[in-house]
Design a protein around this ligand. Structure first.
Ligand code: TTP
Length: 571
């Protein structure tokens, strides 16, 4: 449910930064011969050439789309380079992408409060830096990159003039300062990581997020307050994250609302009456572009996930195969949990299982309800995660199948289930309290689930056959919680400290940076053991030393004047 937060009392400058075709950029950095060539990244599995999960902009020009399978993509673009996501333990290993995202977060977090929203998206609150910049003469500070910013409601030609006009309102002036800061930090991201990103700059998170994708790749868009009404007037409600699902369908069905602007005709009271006080106020605010959500100071992930899809003939049809994969997923999840504990001193407290499941009757998939996601307190240890997730899976499966077989005699039921996606998520992550051993506190927090549900795994499952064991285990294992079923992003811990090297550009703006307290860390390393992926996570002084010793070449290429130039020069 969306939360109606009070709008901020002071003018804020918020950016949403989104990396362009992220996995493709990571692969092109690993294999520079792919730069400028049509490239797509495919998910691990060979069915019809694998699913495209990221498509480079050159490939998009040739008609390749994310929804395509590799074979279909090759058919529309024969020169397409398909790169498979790295594989570990028979499933996708996203660590290179997570680490690459962490490199970017380390750069972006220099300009203000930084919230890592997904593997390749970050919110930044740059209000303080913008306020500091606002007393300066902007005409000398607008870089070429900043002057290419798009301003909603204004022709791009006049961008620099718009930034520097003397009669600008305080709101617009701060927005211009924010745009200068964000353009510079995007250049720094490019110089230090080789990745281009796009950004939206506005007075709140909702508007910043809406605008970051308006001009891609490698560009930024500003939303002045004066443009909000016309921007929202024709914006389909599905473009607002929280209106994409059930609430959006209800608004359309019950009020005939198709665009955000359509909401303006309803009073706050009416909306509260229909959708409750909180959601009603949130809808009323959203229609006016008002959003009080704070940028959270969070560069670490909110959750860890491990998942796999089993499309078409690979669907899992027995409990035995499901448990096999739960073990694989649990191993990866436990590794991530261990890493988070040792690097960040954090522990997760909730385990959630998500699955996509279909019912087959006489060999054909039938309409079935959503397989509900379920959660329970997380116990550390692969065996315990397997045990608990199996229990949750069986409960959901029981509900799923009960719905299907309601009102039928046992002899009439000829359906079987097939799982096409499975994922485990560890969330409710908190700092380990001082003086408490977080792992031991999880051992034995409840009696282990000992029921022999394994009997049901021997043959292909027909729906009703599991119900008894599931009920048995439910009695022993206590309640579980149904969640909303959304699959959280899986992102890894970012570096514990920021790289020291700043671009020349950034040095010019050094006065804008908020002060950060440096920690003292004892760190031992062997030069030959330093892997590229951990470079950004090293203490800054060691990075500098290594840059000298290893002769890191990445940043030495000629500097493009705008990020879009760089993008074009790659193509
Ligand atoms: P997105 O930001 O949605 O897309 P993108 O970065 O590839 O392209 P764009 O320039 O249009 O923003 O997703 C970020 C990465 O997440 C993407 O590169 C691959 C991965 N991803 C998946 O693995 N599965 C998915 O279904 C989606 C949407 C993304």
């Amino acid at each position: 449910m969306p939360l109606a937060r009070r709008p901020a009392s002071r003018i804020r400058v918020i950016a949403h930064v989104d990396l362009d075709c992220f996995y493709v950029q990571v692969e092109q950095r690993r294999q520079p011969q792919l730069r400028g060539k049509p490239t797509a990244v495919i998910q691990y599995n060979s069915w019809k050439g694998g699913a495209c999960i990221a498509v480079g902009y050159e490939a998009r020009k040739c008609g390749v789309k994310r929804s395509m399978r590799g074979d279909a993509a090759k058919a529309v673009c024969p020169d397409l380079n398909l790169v498979q996501v790295p594989v570990l333990h028979e499933k996708a290993d996203l660590s290179i992408y997570r680490d690459a995202g962490s490199e970017v977060v380390a750069v972006l977090s220099r300009v203000g409060k930084c919230e890592r929203a997904s593997i390749d998206e970050v919110y930044l609150d740059v209000t303080e830096a913008a306020e500091r910049l606002s007393s300066k003469d902007l005409s000398t500070l607008v870089s070429e990159e900043a002057s290419t910013s798009h301003i909603v409601g204004l022709p791009q030609l006049g961008t620099k003039e718009w930034f520097c006009r003397p009669d600008a309102s305080r709101e617009d002036h701060l927005l211009a300062c924010g745009a200068i800061i964000i353009a510079d930090i995007r250049l720094a991201v490019l110089a230090e990581t080789e990745f281009t990103c796009s950004a939206g700059v506005a007075h709140n998170k909702m508007l910043a997020k809406l605008s970051s994708g308006m001009h891609k790749p490698a560009q930024q868009t500003l939303v002045p307050s004066s443009a909000v009404e016309s921007l929202l007037a024709t914006l389909p409600i599905s473009k607002i994250g929280k209106l994409g699902g059930k609430l959006g369908q209800e608004l359309e069905g019950e009020l005939g609302v198709k665009t955000v602007g359509d909401l303006l005709q309803f009073s706050e009271l009416k909306l509260q009456d229909m959708y409750g006080p909180n959601t009603g106020t949130w809808l009323w605010n959203t229609a006016r572009g008002i959003n009080g959500d704070e940028v959270q100071d969070r560069t670490l992930p909110k959750s860890h996930s491990s998942g796999k899809t089993f499309p078409g003939p690979r669907a899992l049809k027995t409990l035995e195969t499901v448990v096999y994969w739960l073990k694989e997923l649990a191993e990866t999840l436990q590794l991530r949990l261990d890493e988070d504990l040792s690097q960040n001193n954090r522990t997760a407290h909730l385990l959630t299982i998500h699955a996509s499941c279909h019912i087959f009757q006489e060999g054909r998939a039938t309409e079935a309800p959503k397989f509900s996601s379920k959660s329970r307190p997380l116990r550390y240890g692969v065996d315990k995660i397997v045990e608990d997730s199996r229990y949750l899976f069986e409960r959901s499966l029981h509900e799923f199948c009960s719905h299907q077989s309601a009102g039928k005699e046992q002899s009439e039921i000829t359906s079987s289930w097939a799982v096409t996606g499975l994922s485990l998520t560890a969330s409710n992550i908190m700092a380990k309290p001082m003086g408490v051993n977080p792992i031991t506190q999880y051992f034995g927090t409840r009696p282990p689930v000992t029921g022999d549900a394994g009997n049901a795994s021997e043959q292909q499952q027909q729906c009703p056959s599991i119900s008894k064991e599931v009920r048995l285990e439910e009695d022993r294992a206590g309640p579980s919680v149904t969640t909303d079923g959304s699959i959280p992003e899986s992102i890894s811990p970012p570096p514990s400290r920021k790289p020291a090297k700043l671009t020349d550009l950034w040095q010019r703006k050094a006065s804008l940076q908020p002060e950060r307290k440096e920690e003292t860390v004892a760190w031992e390393y062997k030069q030959e053991e330093i892997d590229h992926s951990v470079f950004a996570e090293l203490p800054s002084e060691i990075q500098q030393e290594l840059q000298g010793r290893l002769g890191v070449q990445r940043n030495k290429r000629g500097k493009p004047t705008t990020i879009a130039d760089f993008f074009i020069s790659k193509t």
